[in-house]
Design a protein around this ligand. Structure first.
Ligand SMILES: [Zn+2]
Length: 313
């Protein structure tokens, strides 16, 4: 073992630790009992007798894990230095705690069956990046509409970690990019989105535009019956600007030129159409209906300390 190429993580290098973990070129000196107490996978690892050919580092057993060091660091920080881990905060969108760390904790807490950290990672993703209801989406519409790249990063991890109840929103956000930007062929590869899901995004995008033109724009086609101000021309202008968009983009629309009869009617109709559309999102992306997804969400977010619920693998 060439120790010179290995980097000790200073915050996860405890002098009293009795085992050294390695991921890529980073090593951690830790207390195995703590890992065993929160992860049945690590517990199993430590109960298997180690072979005599076991690698060592400075006289301690060296266990090499196949994980990315960034992911493992985020996981170990959450376990051994929770005071420094933002995974427990109510919101963590900041440079200090980038999305990659939350995703790292989600990936490895799922893999190593560390239920309380999987819960924290999912909770944080929902708080910061993935609205799960129409009202939550609508409320923060401006913020979410800029989250396409973020959604594309989360999507494959949610898939891998079997948190499929996150997928309707993530698929929708992934589709909401302007067409010219989605034409970067490397974007899907960089985001690690597989071909099947890439296909769903392209097909879904086409279905979104159809749904927008058919349903969200439908109220604009209603005739104006005002005796004082005929607002038909304003409706034509609005229709021009709304066609070929994504159905939930018009969160804070401010229609101008509509008459007093049409304006409240339009708002009501558009709101109803958007809600109806939201309900259909899972169907557009080959996912189970919301009701079924909601049950899985309740299990995943229903973690409570001391309660033994199965991790959804
Ligand atoms: Zn009118």
């Amino acid at each position: 073992m060439q120790s010179s190429v290995l980097h000790k993580n200073p915050r996860l290098w405890f002098p009293g630790g009795t085992v050294v973990f390695r991921a890529q070129d980073t090593i951690y000196r830790l207390f195995p009992d703590i890992l065993s107490s929160c992860s049945p996978v690590f517990q199993g690892l430590f109960t298997v007798p180690q072979p005599s050919s076991q690698e060592t580092y400075e006289g301690l057993p060296l266990i090499t894990l196949p994980d990315q060091s960034g992911d493992l660091t985020a996981l170990f920080e959450a376990i051994y230095a929770p005071q420094d881990s933002h995974i427990f905060l109510s919101s963590a969108t900041s440079d200090a705690y980038p999305l990659e760390k939350t995703l790292g904790v989600l990936k490895l807490s799922t893999k190593y069956q560390i239920e309380y950290l999987r819960y924290q990672a999912l909770r944080l993703l929902c708080a910061d990046h993935v609205p799960l209801t129409f009202d939550a989406f609508d409320h923060k519409g401006t913020k979410w509409s800029k989250s396409t790249t973020t959604a594309m990063k989360i999507l494959p991890v949610a898939r891998q970690c079997n948190a499929i109840w996150l997928l309707p929103t993530l698929f929708y956000l992934s589709c909401a990019l302007p067409t010219d930007e989605t034409h970067d062929p490397d974007e899907f590869t960089q985001a690690d989105i597989d071909l099947m899901d890439e296909r769903r995004i392209w097909r879904g995008r086409s279905l979104l535009i159809q749904a927008n033109n058919r349903e969200i724009c439908a109220p604009l086609r209603m005739p104006c019956d005002s005796m004082e101000l005929d607002c038909s021309n304003s409706k034509i202008d609005l229709l021009d600007s709304w066609l070929d968009g994504c159905p939930l983009e018009f969160i804070a629309w401010k229609p101008t030129g509509l008459c007093a009869n049409c304006l409240p009617l339009m708002k009501q109709e558009v709101e109803t159409a958007k809600r109806r559309f939201w309900h259909s999102i899972p169907y557009l992306f080959d996912l189970p209906p919301w009701e079924e997804l909601r049950k899985q969400q309740d299990i995943d977010l229903g973690y409570a300390p001391g309660a033994q619920t199965d991790v959804q693998n």
